[in-house]
Ligand binder design. Structure first.
Ligand code: PGA
Length: 250
């Protein structure tokens, strides 16, 4: 049986105030009422606590946008997985291209996933190429990012990791990958996983697509792209649009 789709709204560095964050959370709860999908929102760290209170009696879960590679200690500015767990956070986005652009490496990603798993947070690891080339070298980029995970995490752990395919050229640009691009990448990621794990284990890894997912393209991307849900950026800042994307997966 297919698992419920998962849709995560990544608010990135928005909105401007705590009040606006709570208002957006409230609007998201209202707009998503009655849907069966699994839903999470990822506000900036400073709003997690207030948003957590707001959503506590709804079906919406919380995600963090990053986590430290370190468990605790003298690491100024970092946030530990155990601290996120304490706030009842469910998911943590790791290796987003906007963080990789600031120097995050595959090895950092592995350490962050390790911290997340130790603290019972579900890591959502972002992979994706900067651009597409005619020779298909972009597949190598994605394979390398996934192999960094499969080299370290075994059967039990890999099943707990969500992989979000987010081609960088599609993020915030309005240039969505085509359904064929998404479907091919879904098959490719499973083929990379089945080189290491048996088919059942590989198939149990949840895959998401992210990159300019909007209400107008969500339905076809979901129905024919083969992924298990979406990681949504810009459109998650508008509760009506976000809910329309959620509903498009049902
Ligand atoms: P976008 O962002 O939906 O604004 O393209 C997606 C993401 O970065 O997760």
């Amino acid at each position: 049986m297919k698992k419920a789709p998962l849709i995560i709204g990544n608010w990135k560095l928005n909105p401007v105030s705590q009040k606006a964050a709570v208002t957006l959370a409230q609007a998201t709860i209202k707009a998503c009422r009655g849907t069966n999908a699994s839903i999470a929102i990822a506000p900036p760290f400073v709003y997690l606590s207030d948003v957590s209170k707001k959503i506590s009696r709804s079906k919406i879960l919380l995600a963090a946008q990053d986590v430290s590679t370190e468990p605790l200690g003298a690491f100024t500015g970092e946030i530990a997985a155990s601290q996120l767990r304490d706030l009842k956070i469910s998911y943590v986005i790791i290796g987003h291209s906007e963080r990789r652009a600031r120097g995050e490496t595959d090895s950092d990603v592995v350490q962050k996933v390790t911290q997340a798993l130790k603290n019972k947070l579900t890591p959502v690891v972002c992979v994706g190429e900067k651009e597409r080339d005619a020779k298909g070298d972009f597949y190598t980029t994605v394979a390398k990012q996934i192999k960094a995970l499969t080299a370290v995490f075994g059967t039990t752990d890999i099943k707990k990791i969500v992989i979000a395919y987010e081609p960088i050229w599609a993020i915030g640009t309005g240039k969505t990958a085509t359904v064929e691009d998404v479907k091919e990448m879904q098959l490719f990621i499973y083929s990379v996983l089945t080189k290491v794990f048996d088919r059942k284990v590989a198939n149990s890894v949840k895959l998401l697509y992210g990159g300019s997912v909007k209400p107008h393209n969500a339905k076809v991307l979901h129905a024919d792209g083969g992924m298990g849900g979406f990681l949504v950026g810009g459109a998650s800042l508008n509760a009506t649009d976000f809910a329309a994307i959620v509903k498009a997966t049902e």
